[in-house]
Design a binder for this molecule. Sequence first.
Ligand code: G3H
Length: 329
Amino acid sequence: MQAETALQSANLPLVTEPRNPGMDLDMQWIRGVQANTSAIERRAATLPGRRTVKKDHQAAWLLRAISCIDLTTLAGDDTADRVRRLCAKGRQPVRADLLDRLGFDALTVGAICVYHEMIGPAVDALKGSGIPVAAVSTGFPAGLSPFALRVAEIGESVKAGAQEIDIVISRRHVLSGDWQALYDEMRLFREACGDAHVKAILATGELGTLRNVARASLVCMMAGADFIKTSTGKESVNATLPVSLVMIRAIRDYCNRTGYRVGYKPAGGISKAKDALVYLSLIKEELGDRWLRPDLFRFGASSLLGDIERQLEHHVTGAYSASWRHAMG
Ligand SMILES: O=C[C@H](O)COP(=O)(O)O
């Protein structure tokens, strides 16, 4: 995953995270997973109301959020021109004068996320920027095309230049508790990705229970997912805070058990700067600062950037003096 540009531009030291190799499916661990729904919902309900980010530091956090956006277009009427415009935005997500007033000379988004057919225009438009192209694959969004085609689609996307592949899991494996089938599917998807990083989209709004979300998260990580992602943006229920808590805690458990850090990508319906701040502070509290970088955290979002820009406009008129380290410390 080429996070270098975003990290350097955010004046952060570049860290290279070893990829998650996965592990054998541990059924005992999976069966032992519980999720106390009411406790999780209570904790999630407290998050938006809390003032976790000091006002002076909000601009720095918002810039950080931008560096973690997978700037997305996933529409049936996408065209090469639209994708080129999106890539130009990804290269320069904030107006130069605004960025200058905030004390930064460069900033990019984390990645550009498109359908397979749009990989070519995106790769061309991003040349030299270091911004990776993420492609949704495996019969996105439902994941119900023939298995061999879904695997082949990954290969085609990698060949076309995608460095990150967002796969969708088969929800039915989760809903029927067939963890072996989910594990095998994810293993093969991961294998087909080769050197490209793989994000496993769980489509959490369709998994029925938080316990299923926790179990599916662990199974995908055991099978070698580099990231786990909430949703496609196409389901009626997408990223929520209770689901995020469950997935983040699964990531923590997996890291405690194996030593490997897996990334997290909430996606779908995140369009407000204040929501982005809630997610960042949740990650900071539950996983720590290491996860607040684009190699371990992304927002999948098509319209979040516009609201962040509006908020930054407001901030430049106020006091802004925090360095990244100061803001995040
Ligand atoms: O992964 C990306 C999502 O499809 C974006 O969803 P959104 O359009 O609701 O921001």
